[in-house]
Design a protein around this ligand. Structure first.
Ligand code: C2E
Ligand code: MG
Ligand code: MG
Ligand code: MG
Length: 287
């Protein structure tokens, strides 16, 4: 694809003045190979979704799951999304992958006996390269899923680029009944005006702040501030990346409504059919 070719040319140009870099060569080849293989992966059924539970701290019940894409490569094994989503975006393959994710997640959720919701990550480029409301409408209809059980997670970049156009798309999705979640808030290009100008259903605090909040006062101050902001704006805050009971307690004391992380539950291919959205025993002991 063009972008990768340009990148290659640029890097090749650099290579002329620099010493030959074997590491770099490998990573560029790796990139070309990944691009080629992504094209085959959908047809070969190499992608699948794992679902990570999200818990409400008020009810101590699971309320939904985040769908996370996985690639089981026949030779290279498991490839994490951070290693291929960016390449798929640059090569114009993200629309196809994204549609597969939305369809798979809707079809799976429609079969969950616990009736919980599903939240799907949508790349900023999916807004530009596909008709997202049409894709989502078709996926919901084909799966016979109540649109209220579906949310999409976007990042700040979606509102930074083509802001007016993308806000219009978000409003159309909202009209369908689909929830809109701001993911990784506080990293990217955080602008508070995004929160003022668009009413999100949920805002997720980026994992790095949760990871550091009990050691770093600055991270704690940012977490506290986002939680206060959520109260003022009447938007539910989700903390992601909770790995310890101490982190869970800190967030519960500050009325963080939703929590997600390895401590609550790891992403899993099979949805455990908790009768009423129950919890893992170690979490139950901690809450
Ligand atoms: P994200 O949307 O912020 O997803 C949360 C990431 O944190 C996931 O990584 C999840 O496995 C990981 N995580 C959850 N709890 C914990 C924890 O307690 N500790 C630690 N260390 N990590 C935790 P994952 O699955 O590798 O996904 C990385 C990113 O890739 C996602 O970040 C999302 O931006 C993107 N991604 C994943 N699936 C999709 C997809 O279907 N479509 C698109 N466009 N992007 C996706
Ligand atoms: Mg997410
Ligand atoms: Mg996130
Ligand atoms: Mg992310």
């Amino acid at each position: 694809c063009l972008e990768v070719a340009l990148l290659a040319a640029k890097e090749a140009g650099r290579g002329n003045v620099r010493e030959y870099d074997h590491n770099f060569d490998t990573s560029l080849q790796d990139r070309f190979r990944t691009e080629r293989e992504i094209r085959l992966a959908i047809d070969n059924n190499e992608f699948f979704l794992e679902y990570q539970p999200i818990m409400c701290t008020r009810s101590h019940r699971l309320t939904g799951y985040e769908a996370l894409i996985r690639w089981e490569h026949p030779q290279r094994g498991r490839i994490p999304p951070d290693r291929f989503i960016g390449i798929a975006e640059e090569c114009g393959l993200i629309a196809e992958i994204g549609e597969w994710v939305v369809r798979r997640a809707c079809a799976d959720a429609a079969l969950w006996k616990n009736g919980l919701s599903v939240s799907v990550n949508v790349s900023p480029l999916q807004f530009a390269t596909s008709d997202l409301p049409a894709v989502i409408t078709a996926a919901i209809r084909d799966a016979r899923l109540d649109p209220k059980r579906l949310s999409i997670e976007i990042t700040e970049i979606t509102l930074l680029q083509h802001a007016d156009q993308n806000k219009e798309i978000l409003r159309n999705l909202r009209k369908l009944g689909v929830g809109i979640v701001m993911d990784d808030f506080g990293t990217g290009y955080s602008s508070l005006s995004y929160l003022r100008d668009f009413q999100f259903d949920k805002v997720k605090i980026a994992r790095s702040f949760i990871r550091d909040m009990l050691q770093q006062p600055h991270s704690a101050a940012i977490v506290d501030a986002i939680l206060l902001l959520g109260k003022g704006l009447e938007v539910d805050i989700v903390a992601e990346g909770i790995e310890t009971s101490e982190q869970l307690h800190y967030l519960e004391e500050r009325s963080c409504t939703f929590v997600q992380g390895y401590f609550i539950g790891r992403p899993d291919r099979e949805i455990a059919e908790f009768p009423a959205g129950g919890l893992l025993s170690e979490v139950e002991e901690a809450v």
